[in-house]
Design a protein around this ligand. Structure first.
Ligand code: PEP
Length: 250
């Protein structure tokens, strides 16, 4: 049995004030969440605040990206060891916004996956197709290629140390959720592809769905056999909505 996992991706949102309120709200309601493991991935500058507020709570915290390098002359970048220093457990890798706006390639994403593991962080590895790719009938080709960048590093053992997030780009922040059947089809494709390489990893790896997940559609999505939780953007910015999604896993 895979434990459900719900992770919030705050993206570049919030102020010190709003983050305080959000963290207090999550802490106040987390007792209602019985089944899911929960984490929030904050902008770098808010990570010490997340650590201060969430330390000793069941909620983990993490970053939204990391540098592929350990240290050195890389202005503006943040190393995995720095995230680890502030108690991060997770880091998002290869989010579609990084792939699009920062031109992150599959190879770079795979290198960041390895950098995260080296720093003792658990990568949340994002893959997903654009609307054009879906309409062009190449969803599996695209998702398969993105997945293979990490899956083919070895016998699948490296991939097995992370979490996968299937995020159809057309569903992120658009209010257009993939139907549970559409999402399940791709999740099953991903798990089968992993199984082709490593059955044990396929069985245990958690595959989250991300893309306009809300309290109202979370239970239906997470009821699907290969959907093990969610990566939540917009709805992670209000404690009530985020907790509503976390309790949908109960
Ligand atoms: C995301 O950014 O990872 C995401 C899933 O966003 P949203 O929930 O807003 O679609």
């Amino acid at each position: 049995m895979r434990q459900p996992f719900v992770a919030g991706n705050w993206k570049m949102n919030g102020s010190l004030d709003s983050v305080n309120t959000l963290l207090d709200g999550i802490k106040a309601g987390i007792g209602e969440v019985k089944e899911a493991e929960v984490a929030v991935c904050a902008p770098f500058v808010f990570i010490p605040k997340a650590q201060q507020k969430l330390n000793g709570s069941p909620v983990a915290w993490g970053g939204q990206d990391l540098s592929v390098h350990d240290a050195g002359a890389y202005t503006g970048e943040t190393a995995g060891s720095m995230l680890k220093d502030f108690g991060c457990r997770y880091v998002i890798i290869g989010h579609s916004e990084r792939r699009t706006y920062h031109h992150e390639s599959d190879d770079l994403v795979a290198a960041k996956f390895q950098a995260a593991l080296k720093a003792g962080l658990i990568p949340i590895f994002c893959i997903g197709e654009t609307l054009e790719q879906r309409e062009g009938g190449i969803t599996e080709e695209v998702v398969g290629r993105q997945l293979d960048a990490v899956l083919n590093l070895d016998d699948g053992a490296t991939l097995g140390r992370g979490v996968i997030a299937y995020e159809p780009v057309w569903a992120i922040g658009t209010g257009k959720t993939a139907s549970p059947e559409q999402a399940q089809d791709v999740h099953a494709f991903i798990r089968n592809r992993v199984a082709g390489k490593n059955g044990a990893v396929a069985e245990k790896i958690r595959i989250l769905y991300g893309g306009s997940m809300k309290p109202g559609n979370a239970a239906e999505l997470m009821a699907k056999p290969d959907i093990d939780g969610g990566l939540i953007g917009g709805a992670a910015l209000q404690a009530e909505d985020f907790l509503g999604i976390c309790t949908a896993a109960n």
